[in-house]
Design a protein. Structure first.
Length: 69
């Protein structure tokens, strides 16, 4: 019976060299920066609760219309 060849543990396979921490791509970083910038601008222009109050008022008007029917 043939003896198995011992593995060289110091030599790593090429596919294993690409492991490690997977960071965000530059595109994802730019997109996140753009979104946070737009949120900041929107908050400065309309106030922090503008959108919540707008949605709340729209819901109230649709509820009032549905109750009239």
């Amino acid at each position: 019976m043939q003896e198995l060849k011992r593995r060289n543990w110091t030599a790593k396979a090429a596919i294993m060299r690409k492991g490690g921490v997977h960071g965000k791509s530059n595109k994802a970083k730019r997109q996140k920066d753009k979104q946070s910038f737009n949120r900041k601008i929107r908050a400065e222009q309309f106030g922090s609760f503008y959108w919540q109050s707008l949605i709340h008022s729209l819901i109230q008007t649709t509820d009032a219309k549905s109750n009239q029917s």
